[in-house]
Design a protein around this ligand. Sequence first.
Ligand code: TYD
Length: 212
Amino acid sequence: MKQTGKFITFEGIDGAGKSTHIPYVVDYLRQHLPSETKVVASREPGGTPLGESLREILLQQNMHLETEALLMFASRREHLAQIIEPALGRGDWVISDRFTDASFAYQGGGRHLSLDKLNVLEQWVHPHLQPDMTLLFDVPLEVARARLDASRALDKFEKEKADFFENTRNEYLRRAAQFPERFRLIDSTQSIADIRLQLNGLLDNLLLKRSV
Ligand code: TYD
């Protein structure tokens, strides 16, 4: 029986709470997978030395919308080549804090870059790979803003206006409806304990499916 790695992505608007739950999911998987199966946790933009340099630029500097999209996918290309594809090839599980759905939601929904152009980039950079499961942490805008304001200095995206986040959130929800086989919606207004219960169920299902 061949063991295959799984690819799980975390998505949601800034302040939706995904950062709270990623360490929990990583620990849960490490406890429930056989000891020889590694869990690799990474993020986008970033995940490699070059990707982290691009992240600095992307989160701080203003630039043309298409430059922003291209740099997001440049970071992703490197992340796939250096981290994601080798890990999945070894049978590791990969958790990524954001992936291509974020480009559709932020650059497409938030900034109105044409979805056709984003589709071209996706086809170029990963024509054959999609996450096995995408956890979309969804909250109303006001809740997300309140969480952000309470946290720390805001980056370029976090300083955007309310309609940017409304459009970003709507594009995430549209994609969740378009790809129901991989998206799982998490109502992030729930308590942390309730969200963990939901996560346990979703992860248990994926763990059951890991052998082919
Ligand atoms: P985020 O993942 O929210 O990290 P932190 O919690 O440290 O702020 O920050 C990444 C930002 O980059 C976020 O505002 C969304 C944005 N982003 C895009 O606009 N497009 C993308 O393709 C990706 C991966 C991220």
